[in-house]
Design a binder for this molecule. Structure first.
Ligand code: PEP
Length: 255
């Protein structure tokens, strides 16, 4: 049975003290949500990953990076490599987020290269895909999703289905307060799972966590998680408040 993953993408929010305060309060509260059913995860900014890892101790709270460099090392000012993340003890990394695609030239092929590098260091990629509003309005959603899956995953070896986490994030729903309806999200999640069956194997499709992202909050999470193929959320804004994050982890643990 797939776990529910409640993943907070903090983007460029929170400094050192706020990171420390959030992690310590969540770690404390998680003692009362002992559940194997849910995997709570946050992705702070690079400078605070180390502190977040230190503060989590042996807690169930996992720490992810928000991106990683395409390059191994050398003259790439401002970049952080996969081996640097591994040396910290990072186990998860978001790649292909629409904001990276929009503002930093991320493409399906760069996502693919990053994924292979993350595999080498046993870091689980959280691979983001999703259509824009113009593409949805032009009825191109399925085509865009399939093309992103083909582009990101071509010749990527997936055997168990637990090697990666997919996050379906319709770009028009990110940070807009406009969530996809559970039916709209479920339709795309089912399409992704079908693609995994056809391109890999039924077991890969069955085991792979597929998260929904786009204005998820405690108020709409229950109905999203009620959908057969939605295994959790990649959550921006609502993951910044420990109280809301914990409320979503609780909902996940009861699912
Ligand atoms: C995100 O950052 O991936 C996201 C979905 O943001 P929000 O929840 O704020 O829409």
């Amino acid at each position: 049975m797939r776990k529910i993953i409640i993943a907070g993408n903090w983007k460029m929010n929170k400094g050192l003290a706020e990171t420390r305060e959030f992690v310590s309060s969540v770690v404390y509260a998680l003692i009362n949500i002992r559940s194997n059913r849910v995997l709570p995860l946050i992705a702070p900014a690079y400078p605070f990953l180390h502190e977040a890892l230190r503060e989590r101790g042996g807690s169930a709270l996992q720490i992810a990076a928000q991106d990683v460099s395409l390059n191994n090392d050398g003259a790439f000012t401002g970049e952080v490599s996969v081996s640097m993340l591994a040396s910290l003890g990072i186990k998860y990394c978001i790649i292909g987020h629409s904001e990276r695609r929009q503002y930093h030239g991320e493409t399906d092929s760069s996502v693919r290269v990053k994924m292979l590098k993350l595999f080498e260091q046993k870091i689980t990629p959280i691979v983001c895909i999703g259509e824009s509003l113009a593409q949805r309005d032009a009825d191109q959603t399925s085509g865009v999703i399939i093309s992103q899956l083909n582009g990101c995953l071509s010749e990527i070896p997936l055997v168990t289905g637990t090697e990666i986490i997919i996050a379906y994030e319709p770009v028009w729903a990110i940070g807009t307060g406009r969530t996809a309806t559970p039916q709209q999200a479920q339709e795309v999640h089912a399409l992704i799972r079908k693609w995994l069956v056809e391109n890999y194997a039924p077991a890969v499709a069955e085991n792979m966590p597929i998260l929904y992202g786009g204005s998820v909050k405690p108020d709409n999470l229950v109905e999203l998680l009620a959908c057969e193929d939605i295994d959790g959320g990649l959550i921006g804004g609502a993951s910044l408040k420990a109280e809301d994050f914990l409320a979503m982890v609780k909902i996940g643990s009861n699912n």
